[in-house]
Design a protein around this ligand. Structure first.
Ligand SMILES: [Zn+2]
Length: 313
């Protein structure tokens, strides 16, 4: 999976900390003169101003000092991690550090709870230090995966009701105000957006230039083409609870309404749901209008609304 989130930039002073994380060790500075433990990395002791600071490997064990749960992405890049638990942890040596908690149930969060480090190798260039609870089944290392499957497990298929397309009354019982459950999830990677840009020739920077997008786009990151998100419905298995039978031919007749209602930031996880809006007898057969809404996971607003028209002949 492509990493599409802002990353720390190691400096000369902080480099030993990042080198430690790469080796799956937590290293902190300690003042050689007053024994004060120090984080963030510095050139001088904040207590006695000594420049004699030494790096030491520590266990990384910590206590939850405070936290907040972000339900709206703090940056668009984090849309795929909602809700995100932003935390301040207290190392056993005393200093505090900002981090995020992973593999932990929101209901289990308690200020003062004990935490253990999780080394997140996924960004590749740096390893991030996250935290989890002692009893979590979260692995202590989140490994960088080179070929992560982009397709999540399809939703379990319920037994489907068979409806004959020529039985108009039965077909009309499919019409509903309520949406279905959700499909499987799919990650819209920057690599996929780049491929779509190449295929279509639409390589506008808002889709393909993460640096420029970070600086200049109102979304703060690159976003997927609306048309790309629309066709990705083929990657999403809608939990259809019916099967239309008794036709010779089924035609995708196009769309009655297509809206790109909200942006899909690069790296977002998307899923879809549907409802049958209308069933009509037309000259050439029976026409069904299925409203498909594609959302970024966790976002109540749809990214794509498509009233798909299917003709059964
Ligand atoms: Zn000192």
């Amino acid at each position: 999976m492509d990493w599409n989130k802002p990353l720390p930039q190691p400096t000369t002073i902080s480099q030993p900390f990042w080198d430690g994380l790469k080796a799956h060790q937590v290293r902190l500075q300690q003042c050689a003169d007053c024994n004060h433990w120090i984080f963030f990395p510095r050139a001088h002791c904040p207590r006695c101003a000594s420049a004699s600071l030494a790096w030491h490997e520590v266990s990384g064990a910590a206590t939850l000092y405070t936290y907040t749960v972000a339900r709206i992405p703090t940056l668009p890049e984090f849309a795929d991690e909602m809700p995100q638990i932003l935390a301040v942890v207290e190392f056993d040596q005393g200093p505090h550090m900002n981090t995020t908690l992973v593999g932990i149930d929101e209901a289990a969060l308690k200020v003062g709870m004990r935490l253990r480090p999780v080394f997140d190798d996924r960004p590749g260039s740096v390893t991030l230090l996250r935290y989890t609870s002692l009893d979590s089944d979260q692995a202590g290392v989140i490994e960088a995966t080179t070929a992560a499957p982009a397709i999540a497990e399809p939703a379990p298929s319920a037994p489907r009701r068979q409806v004959a397309c020529k039985d108009l009354d039965a077909m009309r019982t499919l019409v509903s105000q309520d949406f279905s459950g959700w499909s499987n999830e799919f990650v819209v990677t920057q690599a996929l957006i780049d491929q779509f840009a190449e295929l279509t020739g639409d390589d506008y920077w808002i889709h393909t230039d993460p640096e420029k997008a970070r600086a200049q786009s109102p979304f703060g990151t690159t976003i997927a083409h609306g048309a790309l998100v629309q066709v990705l419905v083929s990657r999403l298995t809608l939990p259809l609870d019916f099967e239309v039978t008794g036709f010779n031919n089924m035609v995708n007749y196009g769309s009655d309404r297509l809206r790109f209602a909200s942006p899909v930031p690069s790296g977002s996880r998307i899923h879809a749901r549907y409802r049958i809006k209308a069933v009509e007898q037309v000259k050439s057969g029976v026409q069904m209008t299925m409203e498909i809404n594609i959302h970024v996971v966790g976002d109540p607003r749809p990214a794509v609304v498509n009233d798909l028209v299917v003709l059964y002949m």
